[in-house]
Ligand binder design. Sequence first.
Ligand code: X2X
Length: 352
Amino acid sequence: MKKTAIIRLLAISLLIAMVMVATGCAGTQPQEPADSGEEETNLKAEYKLTMNVSNETIWGQGGNKFAELVKEYTDGKVNVKVYPNAMLTGGDQMRQAEMVQSGAIDFMVNSTINIAPTIQEFDAFSLPFLFPTYESVDAATSSAAGEQLLAAMEEYNMVGLAYGENGFREVTNNKHAIKTPDDLKGLKMRVVTPIYIDIMRALGANAVSMNWGEVFTALQQGTIDGQENPIAGVIVPNKIYEVQKYLTNWHYSYDALVVAANKEVWDSFPAEIQDQIKKAAKDAMAWQIELNRESISDGVQLLKDKGVEVTDLSEEELAPFREKTKPVYDKYAEKVGVDIVKAFEEAIEAAK
Ligand code: X2X
């Protein structure tokens, strides 16, 4: 072959090779996905979710259900890891919302009690004897005011996704059955936030604020006489019946859960993934609320079987508790914002 022919052949081969590389036919180049690659490179390998309670509680099961559904609905693109027992805040339950706000934690499934120190409006749920029934709770959470509360989280750099349920908080103690406010006099009662300290004080109890992680041991050692928490959601799975003799069903305060994300984390998700995560939050919490409500009668039975004396109070018997805590209701209605409280009261009235 002549020299010029060889050069021409080499030049043609080179050109073909260049075209193959440019069009992706060379086979050795990694293939970029056609359209979705750009957005999803922002996803983190793991998103941290904080909860105050163990995985075994109904609240904890709800948190795990959310993580599971996020994985399923996003086709494995978003991986939420659940950190129970407030381990990310060293057991400090009231700091969890603050850390989601700062971005140190990505998600939370948190009680409105623990959120209230950061966003006072959430004390609306804790107002003494506000909610008479689960139907009234549902009426409030699904009302415009309920939605507004979730939306207001954005002012605190968080995005509220759905409500779940810790439940109606019932009172337990080790001294005697509680049937009248006088029975609470002088009892050392563990609570969490200022509104509950004020409620217990209004009823004559000696209130102490303590992190949940310390409660079982404190009850066991007798440094406190009692505590208050939902039966199925918390008292039963945490075996509080092993260290408490008396429970009174008084439904004095309702405790909602909120699924929320840090706002920057939320904004980093493409719209499609945001929709999938929101659906996961709604579905997981609907499942969690149902599980909670259907577990209560078995929970009460289990407490009785374990030797706990369970007291139910009639409307008449509840009246003096309601009366004594009315000033606390009014004080916190002011703090929360009378508009929200009024909207809740109207939703509750309409559900009757
Ligand atoms: O600390 C509690 O009592 C608990 C577990 O119910 C909350 O996190 C509010």
